[in-house]
Design a protein around this ligand. Structure first.
Ligand code: FAD
Length: 373
């Protein structure tokens, strides 16, 4: 019996690739008629991506080596030892689809998961307007932040940000990406990620009124209507360690945004999705417990990112300005520039001990320290 994967985004496609490589029969069902569309992503990741997939010219748009962090009118530059990369998300997804197909997985486009009925799943062939019953060994929900598969084992997820961005014409330094902290984008941050010296992705995420804040931010960046190439938007789930990611019988699993496997600090879900896909496939093939496999790879960092986000959510603009001052400490700067932000567990203690003034935010930092012990 085949394994059915719902959703042909990075999580579904990478899981399909890894399972097919292990000789499993895999069917991927995607409701859209094309892979990678609509684009709902800024596509910036750390270089850790290359440990998971080969970085191909076909989907690599830009490399950035400086993170410029703003709070109010101040900013600080971090010269990253390991550059970050900017992807063409559509082409990245197409590349993953090729890999999955090459390994033997089948991908059915315009096929929407409707529901589960006993041992069958009901899939609607949108083009033919016909539903079919499919028996499967395992059902994997990689169907994104509004996952229908998740609703088989969880209540509907309501904790998310609305991410919104505009691709704009702008003269910019192609090596520098910006993050703007504070009330410019409440409970998240606003960003500018360059595609090249003339085009950038400018956006932000908030729990509400995202378009209002984006318009304000575009104005700050002096962007006029005529400079806007297109708008893109989507939902970013907030990581929730209590979310069920499998059922007891081990025949329903969730991965990627469907499992809210997104860093709550940055909203980055690409690398966590792929790492989680690896953990899931390892647990299926070697009959191990999925949650334990996740703990070994990405679980701890997702948890720490969530705790950091909870602390940041209490910050006023004044607190962010103070944080920026602390970042100017030479030792702190060096630690941030050297480490991959993908894995805060590897450097957060160093950071906290290098700058005692971090204990200004002490009560909640204690929570992170105690978790790491
Ligand atoms: C505005 C924005 C900017 C972002 N920027 C970044 C970034 O810079 N870096 C980063 O790492 N992450 C970023 N993210 C997050 C990142 O895009 C996601 O974490 C990532 O796409 C998760 O991949 P996924 O495969 O789990 O889900 P998705 O990419 O959402 O794929 C899910 C797929 O399932 C399909 N599907 C859904 N329901 C059904 C159904 N019932 N039947 C069949 N198919 C279905 C969907 O059509 C979709 O193709 C951003 C997100 C947003 C919204």
């Amino acid at each position: 019996m085949p394994i059915s994967i719902i959703g042909a985004g990075p999580a579904g496609l990478y899981t399909a690739y890894l399972l097919a490589k292990q000789g499993k029969k895999v069917n991927v069902f995607e409701e859209h008629k094309k892979i990678g569309l609509p684009v709902q992503c800024t596509g910036i990741t750390t270089l850790h991506l290359k440990d998971l997939v080969e970085i191909k010219k076909e989907f690599l748009i830009n490399k950035v080596n400086t993170a410029r962090i703003y709070s109010n009118n101040n900013s600080i530059d971090f010269k990253l030892k390991k550059e970050n990369i900017v992807l063409d998300r559509k082409k990245f997804d197409i590349y993953l689809a090729k890999k999955a197909k090459g390994a033997g997985a089948k991908i059915f486009l315009s096929h929407k998961f409707i529901k589960k009925e006993k041992d069958n799943i009901i899939i609607k062939d949108i083009k033919k307007n016909k539903s079919k019953k499919i028996k499967n060994e395992i059902l994997i929900g990689a169907d994104g932040p509004s996952s229908k598969v998740s609703e088989l084992i969880n209540k509907k997820n309501k904790n998310f940000w609305i991410g919104i961005q505009a691709r704009v014409k702008i003269k910019t330094d192609k090596n520098v990406f910006e993050a703007h902290l504070g009330s410019i984008s409440p409970k998240f941050f606003a960003w500018l990620v360059p595609e090249n010296a003339d085009t950038a992705r400018i956006g932000l995420a908030t729990h509400k009124n995202a378009k209002f804040y984006l318009d304000k931010f575009l104005k700050l960046k002096n962007i006029k209507q005529k400079d806007i190439i297109e708008h893109q938007a989507g939902i970013i789930p907030v990581y929730n360690p209590k979310l069920k990611i499998r059922n007891k019988s081990n025949n329903i699993f969730l991965v990627g945004d469907a499992a809210a496997q997104v860093k709550a600090t940055t909203g980055g879900g690409l690398i966590p999705s792929l790492l989680s896909s690896k953990a899931l496939v390892n647990s299926i093939i070697n009959k191990k417990i999925y949650e334990n496999e996740l703990k070994k790879t990405v679980g701890k960092d997702l948890f720490i990112a969530l705790k950091i986000r909870e602390i940041l959510n209490t910050f006023s603009d004044k607190d962010y300005s103070y944080l920026l001052e602390l970042f100017k400490n030479k030792k702190i700067k060096e630690i941030i520039e050297e480490h991959d932000r993908e894995f805060p567990s590897k450097f957060i203690i160093k950071l906290l001990t290098a700058e005692p003034r971090f204990f200004y935010f002490s009560k909640k930092l204690f929570l992170i320290k105690s978790f790491l012990k």
